[in-house]
Design a protein around this ligand. Sequence first.
Ligand code: ADP
Ligand code: MG
Length: 587
Amino acid sequence: MKTESNPKVMKILNEYAGGHRHLITVGRILAAVSAFMGLVPFYDLWKIIRIAVKGEELSKIAGIAWQAVGITVAALLVYIAALMCTHIAAFRVQANMRSRLMRRILTLPLGVFDEDGTGKIRRTVNESTAATESFIAHNLPDKAVAAATPVGLLILLGAFNWKLGLICLIPALIGFCFMMSMMGKGMQEKMAEYQNALDTMSSEATEYVRGVPVVKVFGQSVHSFRRFKEAIDGYSKWVTAYTLMLRMPMTMFMTCINAVFAFLVLGAYVLSKGSVTSEMILNVMYYIIVTPLLTVTLTKIAYSGEQEMVVVDALKRMDSILDIQPLAEAKKAELPKDNSVELKNVSFKYKDSADYAVKDLNIKIGSGEHIALVGPSGGGKTTTAELIARFFDVTEGSVFIGGADIRNIPQEELMKQVSFVFQDSRLLKASILENVRLARPEATEAEVMQALETAQCMDIIEKLPQGIHTVIGAKGIYLSGGEQQRISIARAILKNAPIIILDEATAFADPDNENKVQAAFGELAKGRTVIMIAHRLSTVVNTNCIYVLKDGSVCEQGSHSELMEQNGLYRQMFDEYSRSINWKVGA
Ligand code: ADP
Ligand code: MG
């Protein structure tokens, strides 16, 4: 049984609280004081009952009652003060946690956000810190109350008649033993299992809801979602087994702590030995009134362990972010001399994966040259492009920009050099103006308009209700893939970085859109070094060099005409591509 918090958790929380840690202590002490004060009215009650039973000095009752009211109000005020202390500390801890996490996140390789999912990171930053906040603000003072009340009760119970007090404690002690036996059975692991079962069920439920149209169209039942059903069955089996395991100890615990009065009546009967005094009646009545308080406190203590497990889990999840290796610091700062890019013997392996995603790449791109990366899916195109923007650090070899190893170029400088236009354009739920201006926050509205115009976005702006102030993703505002990509091209134009990496969108809604994206990209590419991941081979014909990536290595390289002559994989892909174009035109 843990009325006191796990010392390790408190140590970590105190570290986050910094100078505010004393507020947590003060808050807990005040909460305990208020708990003691809250017991005084019970003493007053005893006095009142005594007066009533004796039938003397009845006029004193009102005074005692008012004193009880006064002290109850005072106890409440002290409790409020306690909560204020713990809340201030809790908000400070939450803020410190968030800023520590965010500072760490800023140093992480960009690729981590693709790998781990931004959703998971956001949830940890928001929810784990929030769980800690409510733990410090509410649970810690409540625990102090829960710990102080039994002590105060013990004093009260002993003060009037220690024999009766002892009798009250017997069932409480037995109940405690049962509770200990419940807690001993690997509760923390059980909690984790429970959480996992819930997670599986909720992710399967999401899949199920996504699949509902299919189920309806094909007249299937829930049983077609075997995994969803298995998740539910698994959960229900787990919960049933767990409940059965706890049935006996829980029943015994509840019975014991609710049966205090039965022990009292029996005890009083034995103690009185048949001769009932008014003093005895007074004490038994008093104990019967007070003992429910004991029951309530014990139940509270029984459940308070759960909150702490939530916090332990939250701290673990935060650690999983803090444990990610940040990008290595530069040994010496270097600045690029021009806009050339070179990959020298570059190999890269994703974390936790056995095989290299790219192996022994050697690619040289002169200032202002345009190259294309083509090849089958999974060949390593995206990985190569991301290595150039230092989304990850290479496992072996080096990437140079303007002759400088990118590991030595300050992060900010590197970001100024390279623009990335993603395949999925990653627009934020903000106005078009704000989305484009992300590239250069100090840009004027006129400059943003200019960039949008160059990126062929005017038709998009015109059809939107509030022009560039329309919020993307708001109700009823939808942009097609090609339109979104044009807006990200406008963003890259505004940023005006000399090196552009473009992951071309694979599908366009219509040829008009496709032509506009091509034109926008043509504008962006002018005078810049370009690395293009091309899915439509018509766009690569005029590049300086084409690299065909297969299984992580370059298997062919050269200009379009050279590669066509080689009659290898590129030729095969191009012929297939031409056929599909003709087929489309024919259709
Ligand atoms: P392409 O863009 O040519 O389709 P990718 O660069 O995306 O190829 O992938 C190259 C290889 O790296 C593939 O085998 C792929 O499965 C693997 N890969 C890609 N992303 C990850 C990742 N985040 N974690 C582990 N492996 C990955
Ligand atoms: Mg790809």
